[in-house]
Design a protein around this ligand. Sequence first.
Ligand code: PLP
Length: 298
Amino acid sequence: MGGLGAIGNTPLVALELGGGPGEVWVKVEAANPTGSYKDRMALAMIEAAERDGRLQPGQTVVEYTGGSTGSSLAFVCAVKGYPLKIVSSDAFATEKIRTMRAFGAEVELIHSPGGITPQLIPAMVARAAEIAAETGAFWTDQFNNTDMTDGYRRMGEEILEQVDTLDAFCSYVGTAGAFLGASRALRQKLPKLKRVAVEPGESAVLSGKPAGTHHIEGGGIGYWPPQLSPADFDEVIAIPDAEAFATARKAARQHGIFSGPSTGANLAAALQIAAKDQRVVTIQVDSGLKYLSGPLYA
Ligand SMILES: Cc1ncc(COP(=O)(O)O)c(C=O)c1O
């Protein structure tokens, strides 16, 4: 099992906000082995495929990723002995690319100097599909993989064990796996819980706006994620790049929550919800250590 035994059971902490009755609780997912909640879904995708025979011993695994899923898959595949081919881009943090290589993955990059453009994710998906077809590798296909979504249920269950009651849950949407898995588990005990999807202001597709270029990596893919339907959420909050970045920086300095831009977006949305006197839980998606060489902490 090795490092795989360290996945999950992460802390839940409250922010000291002062003032009104609103509360923000943060699930500290940087405590996972690769510093990201993606360890949960990588293990879930691989173990489900092992169980039903889609993945055979020693078979190569392939995936497209901004680098967080890839780092987690590289970690899980290293422990379990599966070679891993990754399609990613230089639009994402260098730390993530290096982490994947550190765990032994073969990484192919698509050049996208402008950031996360609407064309980038489809190009990555197409290349991963091509590799799977050419080599017979097992393609985890995170956006369409329901084992991925189920892998986050435990995160919701842990939150229920850590806090008595909640008014709302908000989370930044990429594949929507974390949002769906956690909110489904939370809703089982708290049927009135408000589920708030978070997306980039510059690519607010869930809010009905056009896709655009943004810098909140891990989400805002420029189209509706296949596993998400409008019935899965009660509200959407769109957070502009600048606010996500500023909130991430402020969270490190004020609260000791050291994270990346997507967590900045989560916290910015959670603060808006708490300002309406709500008790809200959100997620520290991953560690700020993944973003040290980029613009966020420059
Ligand atoms: C840094 C980061 N934040 C947020 C997300 C969004 O999570 P999900 O894909 O579960 O919606 C991801 C997913 O790639 C991510 O890498």
